[in-house]
Design a protein around this ligand. Structure first.
Ligand code: PLP
Length: 383
């Protein structure tokens, strides 16, 4: 069955899986105890559900459940880790290393930390947006540094080589934080294997609900307590005070359980659809892929369409296709993409770039109709 408009903006957010929704429903009313007040049956049942979800989430990323802290989403997880470490004098952080292609949740946090006298250093990138590993070592100093790196880019889909980077940082007094919001659920993510000390991810990017996310904190490498963002009842080891979002957490757990089961199958099916779309659309002249196909998430295509203004194309197709011109956050302000700017693309190429992100519910017929719709609108807009 086809939905109209066809939804191809899965990197912005994903629909909640019906099984996820079913798992959450009892926790809004029937089992509505406070998980942090497990002194009665209602509270105990809620707490059990939270801990079961924590196990499922930990299992998806191959870590121990005690290494998962619940937050409201990736933005909060990023803020909690970066500020919680950088502003804790016990860590003596001299600077934060990141890239100009990172998400605004990281870049804006770094700007805030600059006001607190923590310097930001932007790592050199290859033309495709990968961290230049050869040059990374020169950026690492003897002082303790914090590296914050987007695992898979939300606009281009480019996946960083976190394992090589983790191997470089592990012996260098550098704390390695990964923003894996776009990677978890789409590709295998194993932070401990990659020597990652902290990692953010979010339920609504993997068919779970909005408003719930997680921070992974590696218990083997992060020994000092992070400074919390806010203070209160001391939930989540004092790192995230406030009554727990039990339905959200249960849904997040279910979404991770499904992701673990489906990840390989989804990867193959979705990348086949992505390739079909790319082959079809590239038959039209003047289409450039922004990124290197072998380095991309299986579901993401960022394309520049010569002679076409991207926002006009997206608007003209509004009733047929839901796609985007960049990140979910950047499109509100309609500023040119900071990611493509960081890759030093020309103004024209940036202004003509669209992001198409495929997901679990996309089918072949939708991709075929997308190719037709895109070809048709491109020919009209080019006149
Ligand atoms: N990091 C990346 C790479 C993202 O794509 C997003 C969401 O678009 C975020 C962080 C913020 O996630 P959340 O919406 O869970 O705060």
């Amino acid at each position: 069955m086809m939905d109209s408009p066809i939804y191809l903006d899965y990197n912005a957010t994903t629909p909640v899986d019906p099984e996820v929704l079913d798992s959450m429903l009892p926790y809004f009313s029937k089992i509505s105890g406070n998980a942090s007040n497990a002194v009665n049956i209602h509270g105990k049942k809620s707490l059990d559900a939270v801990e079961e979800a924590r196990e499922k989430i930990a299992s998806l990323i191959y870590c121990h459940p005690s290494e998962i802290i619940f937050t409201s989403g990736a933005t909060e997880s990023i803020n909690l880790f970066l500020k919680g470490i950088a502003l804790n004098s016990k860590y003596s952080i001299s600077s934060i290393l990141t890239t100009k292609t990172d998400h605004s949740a990281v870049l804006e946090t770094c700007k805030y930390l600059e006001m607190q006298n923590v310097e930001t250093v932007y790592l050199p990138l290859t033309p495709n947006g990968l961290v230049d590993i050869g040059k990374l070592e020169n950026c690492l100093s003897k002082e303790t540094q914090l590296l914050s790196l987007i695992h898979a880019n939300n606009e281009t889909g480019t996946i960083q080589n976190t394992n090589k980077i983790g191997n470089t940082t592990k012996n260098k007094n550098t704390i390695f934080f990964s923003d894996a919001t776009q990677a978890v659920g789409k590709i295998k993510v194993d932070p401990k294997k990659d020597f990652i000390d902290g990692m953010a991810f979010s339920a609504h990017k993997l068919y779970g609900p909005k408003g719930i996310g997680a921070l992974f904190i590696n218990k083997d490498t992060i020994s000092q307590q992070l400074l919390p963002l806010h203070h209160g009842g001391g939930q989540e080891k004092g790192l995230r005070s406030g009554t727990m979002n039990v339905p959200g957490i249960v849904g997040f757990g279910k979404a991770c359980e499904i992701a673990q089961k489906c990840i390989k199958k989804d990867q193959v099916r979705i990348s086949n659809l992505r390739n079909l779309l790319l082959d079809g659309i590239q038959k039209t002249k003047g289409i450039q892929l922004n990124g290197e196909i072998q380095q991309l998430l299986p579901n993401t295509l960022n394309l520049s369409i010569k002679g076409v203004e991207a926002h006009m194309l997206v608007e003209a197709l509004e009733s047929t296709l839901s796609i985007s011109t960049g990140s979910a956050c950047g499109t509100v302000s309609r500023k040119p993409s900071h990611v493509l700017q960081a890759l030093k693309y020309s103004k024209d190429r940036i202004g003509s770039s669209i992001r198409i992100s495929i997901g679990r519910y996309t089918n072949k017929e939708e991709i075929e109709n997308t190719i037709i719709a895109l070809k048709d609108i491109i020919s009209k807009l080019r006149i």
